[in-house]
Write a protein that binds this ligand. Structure first.
Ligand code: SF4
Length: 284
């Protein structure tokens, strides 16, 4: 029996080092971007970086790539949104339809004030549907995330009353990368390096009480400074403990796109969510 996996699900399975058999297909998008997601990495020629691919089209690169806006670390929420919307600091800008800044919180941003959010959910990068809509976590993975949040008593679209007299909790969702990698391939180091300051500034402004890092790339981006070997550890080694990002507790769990196929790991993900809720409740 073959698994009918889409490219993102394949990417997440590869990310999690889960090997599956599937018939080789050539999606149309893959014709535009030569990075083959489903091919075993041992058997393909070294991948071109996004910058190299952009450089192969010098007129597009010259038009498209510009240094990241200066002063990100002091921007207010509105300026940060504008900077992301107009960003052309890496080659991902050449193929995007929309940047995906994030969504959620107890209130819409007021002027330069960020939304209020106790919880910050950090994913990897926009996929095809996120690129089309400009919103994070839409489609089946987004529905699963919403169900996971609902099971925790959270909702990204409105404030969540706890029912026990405690204050409502807001939930904000963002990704490490704000633009979609072609064919939903894994983020490259240079792309993360260019884009991460935006997420870091979002965190500074949101000041969440807890961060849930979904997937290996989100965990690596957030734990780079606090876990020296985060880049070489599989996600399973980062789960089950409470990390810190600049003093904010971080719990690592599986990406919902991975869980859509790895049903057996849903119980582990639930254990991660329970740990996060314990931490959050203890932090009040
Ligand atoms: S991925 Fe990030 S750094 Fe690259 S163009 Fe988009 S917003 Fe800019």
């Amino acid at each position: 029996m073959s698994l009918n996996l889409d490219s993102r699900q394949r990417a997440m399975l590869e990310e999690m080092r889960v090997k599956v058999w599937a018939p080789v297909t050539q999606p149309a998008a893959a014709l535009e971007a030569p990075v083959a997601m489903a091919a075993p990495s041992e058997s393909v020629a070294p991948r071109e970086s996004a910058a190299v691919r952009a450089a192969a089209r010098p007129e597009a690169a010259a038009m498209a790539l510009q240094p990241r806006a200066s002063g990100v670390q002091t921007m207010d929420w509105a300026a940060l949104q504008q900077a992301v919307a107009g960003c052309r600091a890496c080659a991902l800008c050449t193929g995007r339809r929309h940047t995906v800044f994030g969504m959620g919180g107890l209130r819409a941003p007021v002027a330069d004030q960020p939304p209020l959010a106790d919880w910050l959910i950090v994913g990897e990068a926009p996929g095809e549907q996120e690129d089309l809509s400009g919103q994070p976590f839409v489609g089946p993975a987004g529905q699963l995330l919403d169900n996971m949040l609902k099971a925790m008593g959270l909702d990204r679209r409105r404030e969540t009353a706890t029912g026990d007299g405690r204050a409502a909790q807001g939930t904000y969702i963002a990704n490490v990368l704000k633009c979609r990698p072609p064919s939903n391939r894994n983020p490259e180091g240079e792309e993360v390096a260019q884009c991460l300051p935006f997420l870091q500034r979002q965190i500074e402004l949101l000041q969440p009480k807890i961060i849930l890092a979904m997937g290996r790339f989100a965990a690596q981006a957030l734990l780079h400074d606090s876990v020296p070997d985060a880049h070489s550890l599989p996600l399973g080694k980062l789960r089950g403990q409470v990390h810190r990002y600049r003093g904010i507790p971080v719990v690592v769990t599986y990406h919902p796109a991975y869980l859509l196929r790895a049903l057996g790991d849903k119980a582990k993900a639930w254990a991660d969510l329970c740990l996060a809720m314990q931490v959050r409740n203890g932090a009040e």
